[in-house]
Design a binder for this molecule. Structure first.
Ligand code: UD1
Ligand code: MG
Length: 451
């Protein structure tokens, strides 16, 4: 079956009170728009059309970041959801098949629900997705049913007191044959409380034409529409709860689940242990049996089996930890590959580097990767021992089994097996400390007598 998705994403989202277009506000690290696109993508649509308006350049970039093949059409003025769908008319000229209209602000829709809508198209011309409101709310269009026939949708603003008591509510999703849909949309009016061209009016128009219209039902949780920051926070909380439950089921130990923040794409393997207050930014994979200790922050990184990270560690994009690597407290790793068994246990920055197998990086070591203009690479060999507080001024290479003395500032390459010392030699003056103490004490005594 030929399917085209139209995802509406042009609205300003006035109730967000934000400069950022609403559909770009993130849930679990990914814009609302990506969540909607992800659901749609599960149906392998032939075409995906995004209707953009407010912040169109940003919306286009975000759409293409998710799917280069997505087509973005403009809705210059936001005259309503029906008008928005109409903007896809030219792009879909000549397309024959079904259209599913999705909202960019409705992130939790499940692909199975979309599939059910498409399936229901076999028996009805127009399918609307609805849900039962657990608590009546002064928002959402109400579905006016006549048996299994959907008679019309009344927006909350336009509804009578009686209609406002209806719990069966519009999710915004609609499926219909392309030609039929655009035919109906040509006849929309804007004679309503908002003065907008409502997509929801197609239901009434379809009935007038003798088409068959029905609504199918899904869980309220799936259709949560994000219109305000409160909705956004609630949606994120729902996402987190689900993602944590899924992790627990997959055999991950979360010592304090409520304190762990995950991203839309976080992958954690079986028998991994995640201690309290860990934050997963986008693009993190933690393999089976790894341990992420408390208060660590990870993004764009890969932690292999048996590795231990934290407490209080920060893994930034490009951190690649091989098996049994140890990253300890107050250590930051960025764009660096650490081979099996390497250790960076305390207070270090390792950036733009490769660290060889079983190398030991002493406390306070820093790869000085940035000269103020360019970034440079540090290469540390296998089983090397970097003394505490070594500054590795990149570009620099430390050989296998090489050693640097504590406090060294290493500016040139160190060959395999060599010891490099780059610090002032120690000077020792016998008895001098005691003499100094006496002098200072005498001075203090004179001062207190004088005062
Ligand atoms: C809409 C539905 C309502 C439903 C609710 C579910 C209409 C008229 N109302 O109301 O029945 O219960 O969603 O969440 O359809 N958009 C555009 N261009 C526009 C207007 C909106 O692209 O001119 C986009 C928005 O960016 C958003 C989506 O359409 O992604 C929905 O718009 P929104 O203003 O949030 O509609 P609701 O008032 O929530
Ligand atoms: Mg909405």
């Amino acid at each position: 079956m030929n399917l085209a998705l139209i995802i509406l994403a042009a609205g300003k989202g006035t109730r967000m009170n934000s400069d950022l277009p609403k559909v770009l506000h993130p849930i679990a690290g990914a814009p609302l728009l990506h969540h909607a696109m992800q659901t749609g993508a599960a149906l392998s649509p032939a075409r995906t059309i995004i209707v953009a308006g407010h912040g169109a350049d940003q919306v286009r970039a975000a759409a293409h970041a998710y799917d280069e093949g997505a087509e973005v059409v403009m809705q210059e003025e936001q005259l309503g959801t029906g008008h928005a769908v109409d903007q896809a008319r030219d792009a879909l000229a000549g397309f024959s098949g079904d259209i599913a209209v999705l909202f960019g602000d409705t992130p939790f829709l499940q692909p199975e629900t979309l599939e059910r809508m498409i399936e229901a198209r076999k028996t009805h011309d127009v399918i609307v997705l609805g849900f039962d409101l657990a608590e009546l709310q002064p928002r959402y269009g109400r579905l006016v049913m006549d048996g299994s026939r959907l008679e019309r949708i009344v927006e909350y603003k336009d509804a009578t007191e009686e209609q406002r008591q209806i719990r069966f509510t519009n999710s915004g999703l609609l499926a219909c044959d392309a030609e039929t849909l655009f035919g109906l949309i040509s006849d929309l009016s804007n004679d309503n409380a908002s003065g907008e061209y409502y997509l929801t009016e197609v239901v009434e128009l379809a009935n007038q034409r003798g088409l068959t219209v029905t609504a199918i039902k899904c869980d309220e949780a799936e259709t949560l529409g994000v219109d305000s920051r409160t909705d956004l926070a609630n949606a994120d909380a729902i996402f987190q709860t689900r993602a944590r439950s899924a992790m627990l089921e997959d055999g991950v130990t979360l010592a304090a689940p409520d304190t762990v923040y995950v991203s839309f794409d976080t992958v954690v393997g079986r028998d991994a242990l995640i201690e309290p207050n860990v934050v997963f930014g986008p693009d993190v994979t933690v393999e089976s049996g790894a341990t992420i200790r408390a208060f660590s922050h990870l993004e764009g990184c890969h932690v292999s089996r048996g590795a231990i990270v934290g407490p209080y560690a920060r893994l930034r994009p490009g951190a690649e930890l091989a098996e049994n690597v140890r990253i300890g407290n107050f250590v930051e790793i960025k764009n660096a590959e650490l081979a099996r068994g390497a250790k960076v246990n305390h207070l270090s920055y390792i950036g733009d580097a490769t660290v060889g197998e079983a190398a030991n990086i002493g406390a306070g070591t820093i790869t000085c990767n940035y000269d103020g203009v360019m970034k440079h690479h540090t290469d540390i060999g296998a089983r090397a021992f970097i003394g505490s507080n070594t500054m590795l001024v990149a570009p620099v290479t430390i050989g296998d089994e090489a050693m640097t003395g504590s406090g060294s500032v290493i500016t040139s390459d160190v060959e395999d097996g060599a010891l490099a010392l780059a610090r002032a030699p120690q000077v020792e003056k016998p008895g001098m400390a005691r003499k100094l103490f006496e002098m200072l004490k005498a001075k203090k005594a004179r001062q207190s007598r004088g005062s």
